[in-house]
Design a protein around this ligand. Structure first.
Ligand code: NAG
Ligand code: NAG
Ligand code: NAG
Ligand code: NAG
Ligand code: NAG
Ligand code: NAG
Ligand code: NAG
Ligand code: NAG
Ligand code: NAG
Ligand code: NAG
Ligand code: NAG
Ligand code: NAG
Length: 703
């Protein structure tokens, strides 16, 4: 049952993607919602008296059969002029008896934000790092790796209208990120009246994905306010949307292949093809340590030169396309799986020809790693079919040609007879469906709603297509999500200068198996930013760190109060995939000041040592896992290429890296020049339509 609502959601988002490019479709209504007053609500201004109102009473939550620390939840107004029903929903947990209501403590506290835009932070609470987690069958369990075991933690649904936060349909949704920041500060002003100690205790502002945009904007709002309501101490961003959407989603295509060469069947020729495309698209940024010069902005991708008519394609799906749509729907965490080649208007014969080719390939799958036929492909020019939408091309490639994504009979879900879904959030998982956990049954239960003082005017959903400017029509210049604000990389220097002045530390962490916001995009942002008077890190991050059991957990590097952490074997939602190492990461590097990976003024190498074999190539990659999960239920299996194939790839790749670094060394000796913006073009009016349509569901589902 849980799967059904997720299925419906995928349909809804597909439909939304289509409205963007078709003028004939009626605009969807903007949802209207308002908070609900429960008995016992105090009168007058917020004060500690409200603690009793917001308290979630023991035993009031269904399915909670284990002890929970004291917790509080409900709606808090953001005091928006003319929009009294705009509220943010919070759920706060204290980490030890009395810690959140005490007035005396100077212990840190923390906030968690999910992204989207439009994703509820209850997703983080109930699936990632909260004290109670939803299981596969809808029951709840306690989480001993919860980040709320270490500090008082507040999960907040925002911007207004997201999750259980309410918004008035008539202009109540945030116009842009500055309005989001203003709302959030008012929420904080009210929250600290309820829990007075939070005004002075050091705040850790943490979040994931599109919170990589929210957090810098909230931080900027705090730095720009003469009397900030809270005492910001650190910000931590996981797999964050800090750069432009092109930079976070498309530029990393080659780094994704390098991390998981399975995607291209360990095929050197295909690798070179993608490298050429990346170069032509201007995606091959060169990170150097120390970094010289600023990178240009990563603008809109070059579109295919073949005219794009996805709507026509979607309206007349052939049997093949229908299957792809099935794959897309069943891949719960990867709805964009199976988006087909963006043909202008393929004739049935063309579609069939492609399918025949693929089937011929499948018929020979005793030779599993057979090279793809590259004949007829672009060579030395941008591919007319994909343009610079390279990540989409990688997905298509894997689904058509690479094991185990294109497995045939092995897949047990009948409608998926041909495809192992491509899970963009966790590349190592090609199971069908990979994830069916759905917190909506718990959150929408009447008992839960009442216990959490949640609004009754709306049902909770994991994600909405956020209507910036209270409209689904994107204004000119907005990004594919409709967000009109410039991406944070545009003001990171200013933010970093302010952060130094205010003693605020910056932690940027990423799960290595994510292909939605891969680490290279954040590393570019770091290398492009001046903090503590110097631009970027001065040494490449390659210090290992370990979890409490001594297992390798990834790479860490720290300079001048900026910390970068790469988490091994973790997807987009790091604490969900690696609860133990995420907990250690939190304790040591976010909450704590563990010096592993730290490069001080006086040290030649980072504390904890450096291992130059750990992070390799121009994209600073950490090799992914050799085995890919596929199948489903009790028939889950691992697919791994023969070890000789892997060894031969590693040796080939080492050769490529060596040749390129020698070339780069001699190039940098002659020219101080760095990135060029070749191949990055701006497309004015066509921009919003094109990008939104091309990203389609992908752009709407960054959680
Ligand atoms: C605001 O909320 C109240 C209920 O508290 C509701 O009656 C009213 O219609 C809402 N106003 C708008 C504009 O939605
Ligand atoms: C917001 O409005 C509420 C209710 O009107 C009021 O009690 C509170 O003090 C206001 N908060 C701010 C930050 O203005
Ligand atoms: C904290 O201070 C408030 C006044 O600001 C007071 O009402 C409350 O009782 C105090 N709480 C504790 C636990 O001392
Ligand atoms: C649900 O799953 C949990 C473990 O994930 C298990 O302990 C529990 O027995 C299951 N409940 C039902 C009703 O299947
Ligand atoms: C930096 O701080 C100044 C005030 O000192 C403020 O005007 C500016 O908006 C802040 N910028 C950022 C990005 O934090
Ligand atoms: C680099 O920083 C500049 C501002 O200093 C910004 O305009 C540009 O977009 C940034 N580029 C990247 C790739 O982050
Ligand atoms: C691309 O062109 C180069 C030189 O023009 C040639 O050596 C190479 O084989 C071509 N590759 C493909 C896949 O056609
Ligand atoms: C409670 O857990 C069961 C599984 O044990 C699940 O089927 C049910 O939907 C859950 N109810 C709520 C309200 O979460
Ligand atoms: C919530 O969902 C239920 C079931 O789909 C529906 O009947 C109800 O009207 C919805 N409530 C609101 C407030 O949208
Ligand atoms: C720092 O973290 C590492 C984990 O990488 C751990 O082994 C070490 O004990 C920690 N050091 C301190 C001082 O806590
Ligand atoms: C890093 O933070 C510490 C403590 O807040 C501060 O003393 C130090 O000056 C900062 N270093 C830099 C380079 O900003
Ligand atoms: C990075 O360096 C390579 C090799 O020198 C060069 O071909 C490429 O154009 C550079 N990338 C950018 C964006 O300048």
């Amino acid at each position: 049952m849980a799967g059904l609502s997720i299925l419906a959601r995928s349909f809804a988002l597909l439909a939304l993607a289509r409205t963007v490019c078709s003028q004939s479709v009626q605009p969807l209504p903007i949802p209207n919602s308002f908070p609900h007053d429960y008995p016992g609500k105090p009168n007058g201004d917020f004060s500690p008296e409200w603690q009793n109102y917001y308290l979630v009473k023991d035993g009031s939550l269904p399915n909670v059969t284990f002890p929970l620390s004291r917790n509080w939840a409900g709606s808090i107004t953001v005091n928006r002029t003319n929009h009294p029903n705009d509220t943010l929903f919070f759920w706060a947990f204290e980490h030890k008896k009395g810690s959140l209501t005490s007035n005396a403590t100077d212990e840190p506290w923390a906030i968690w934000l999910n992204g989207g835009p439009g994703a509820s932070s209850m997703l983080g609470l109930l699936l990632e790092n909260g004290p109670l987690l939803v299981t596969d069958n809808g029951s709840l369990r306690s989480n001993n790796a919860s980040w709320a075991n270490l500090v008082d933690y507040v999960w907040v649904d925002q911007p207004v209208g997201t999750g259980y936060s309410t918004a008035e349909s008539d202009g109540g949704y945030v116009f842009d990120e500055d309005e989001m920041g203003a709302d959030f500060l008012n929420f904080l002003r009210n929250l600290v009246k309820i829990f007075p100690s939070l005004a002075t205790r050091p705040l850790l502002l943490t979040g994931e994905s599109y919170a990589g945009t929210y957090i810098p904007y909230i931080t900027k709002a705090l730095f720009s306010t003469p009397q900030p309501p809270v005492n910001l101490s650190k910000i931590a961003i996981g797999n964050g949307a800090i750069g432009s959407v092109t930079e976070i989603e498309l530029l990393p295509a080659v780094s994704i292949i390098e991390t998981y060469p399975q995607l291209i069947g360990y095929d050197a020729e295909v690798y070179q093809y993608f490298k050429t495309q990346a170069h032509l698209c201007g995606y091959d940024f060169n990170l150097t340590y120390p970094q010289q010069g600023k990178f240009p902005s990563v603008g809109d991708p070059s579109p295919p030169t073949e005219p794009f008519r996805a709507t026509a394609l979607a309206k007349q799906p052939s049997a093949l396309l229908k299957k792809r749509f099935n794959a897309l729907i069943h891949a719960v965490e990867a709805p964009e799986a199976g988006i087909v080649r963006r043909d202008a208007d393929p004739t049935r014969a063309e579609v069939e020809a492609r399918e025949q080719k693929r089937r011929a390939w499948l018929a020979k799958k005793n030779s599993l790693l057979r090279n793809r036929d590259l004949s007829g492909r672009a060579n030395g020019t941008i591919d007319p079919w994909y343009g610079c939408f390279l990540t989409n091309e990688v997905q298509d490639y894997a689904l058509n040609f690479s094991m185990p994504w294109n497995l045939s009979q092995e897949i047990v879900v009948p409608s998926l007879d041909d495809y192992g879904p491509y899970n963009v959030y966790n590349l190592v998982d090609a199971r069908a469906p990979p994830l069916a956990i759905d917190p909506s049954i718990f959150l929408n239960d009447a008992k839960t709603k009442a216990a959490l003082h949640a609004p009754t005017s709306k049902n909770w959903t994991l994600q909405i297509n956020y209507p910036f400017n209270s409209s689904f029509t994107h204004i000119n210049g907005s990004n594919p999500f409709g967000d009109p604000s410039i991406e944070p990389v545009a003001f990171l220097d200013d933010l970093a200068t302010n952060a130094t002045e205010h003693g605020v530390k910056v932690i940027i962490y990423l799960g290595n198996d994510d292909s939605v916001v891969p680490h290279i995009s954040s590393e570019i942002s770091i290398q492009n930013t001046t903090f503590g008077g110097i631009q970027g890190f001065t040494r490449k991050p390659d210090t290992p760190w370990y979890d409490d059991s001594g297992k390798f957990a990834g790479v860490v590097h720290q300079e001048r109060n900026w910390t970068y952490i790469l988490v091994a074997e973790a997807g987009h939602e790091v604490p969900e995939y690696q609860p133990e190492s995420a907990f250690v990461m939190y304790r040591e590097f976010i909450l704590g000041n563990n010096q592993t990976g730290l490069l001080t003024n006086s040290s030649a190498t980072a504390i904890g040592g450096e291992d130059s074999s750990l992070v390799v190539g121009p994209n600073n990659i950490l090799f992914g896992e050799n085995s890919i999960l596929y199948g489903s239920g009790t028939r889950t299996s691992f697919y791994a290429a023969p070890s000789a194939t892997i060894a031969s790839w590693r040796s080939y790749f080492a050769g490529v890296v060596a040749t390129e670094s020698a070339a780069a060394a001699s190039a940098s000796a002659t020219a101080g020049d760095h990135a060029s913006s070749d191949g990055i073009v701006s497309f004015g009016e066509a921009r919003v339509w094109w990008i939104a349509a091309s990203f389609g569901v992908a752009a709407a589902l960054t959680l």
